[in-house]
Design a protein around this ligand. Sequence first.
Ligand code: SF4
Length: 375
Amino acid sequence: MAGLYLHIPFCKQACTYCDFHFSTSMQTREELVTALITEIKLQADYLPSKTLDTIYFGGGTPSLLSVDELERIFDQIQQYFTINKGAEITLEANPDDLTLAYLRKLRHTNVNRLSIGIQSFREQDLKMMNRAHTAKQAERVVPEAADTGFENLSIDLIYGIPDLKMDGWKKNLDKALALPVNHLSCYCLTVEPRTALAWQVEKGISKAVDDDEAANQYEWLIEKTEVAGIPWYEISNFGKPGFESQHNSNYWKGIPYLGIGPSAHSYNGKNRQWNIRNNPLYIKSINDKKIPFEEEFLTEAQRFNETVLTSLRTRNGLSKEAILKVATEDSWKKIKSQAEIKIANGLIIEKENSLQLTVKGLLLADAIASEFFLL
Ligand code: SF4
């Protein structure tokens, strides 16, 4: 099994909270698409398998690509890889790009899943976060995508926005759950360093996120999605049975993936590498037939810690089987004994050789995981 990730590093405008790699200048677009196509060829031998089970266009804003550009990229993928029948092929898209004309053309490409960045149905939140779309576009886009024939639809929502109180969040969630979606990704607004939002909070222009309010909104999210039949399967991801994101689930299972494009990460089971976060330097290097990357070989402790962190964030939890892939039976016994106090405190439950976080535990997931880490 293997996955392919393509990073499309352009956005119409910069969302205030975003720390992904992107440029709002489209001047290098043509050269960058050509460089992505070249990199697919240069990296064709990176993965242990030539068969792809998932392809994911992320960004940035992949829906800024024309259908012709997407087709050129698919042609190249098919030159060097076999796309498995039934492969999950996702395009991240913003509501303002998904016009009916674009959706109809997109339907004839290999893309079979859309992950739509709605974030909020409230105009004031979209403005505060400097999103490029309007509340009206957020409301119309999912029904139109479904009418065009897309059956596998996911939307992103953000909770913990300073002025989005519980009442606003409940309304946002009700709107989302009334749509023909079978997957949600919901993230808490985070003030990342060196973002416009961090600057605004520092200057008092924006309020900081209220942690208690955000925790209440998260608990409501877990409860409401469970009742709606789109239960959580990872701390930030919710899917109807059979519609969990295969691409992201494979990351958490440690399945190899190749990342193409500036800032894209790759993992082949032994090493992890990541491309430079700079569009002109990326293009120049690829034109010189050199992949501009840094790499690291994971130590045993890093592999162990990653297994603990990623597994505990999933509903299946941290299993003995997963630990035995990176450590010994004694390590599993040690984890179980460390977990006893957390089980007593209602943060973890034990089920058939696995430790799973409760809803109370999910709110402290990273802190709990770090207590099991090897140093
Ligand atoms: S559209 Fe996505 S990648 Fe682009 S600035 Fe906004 S959050 Fe970041």
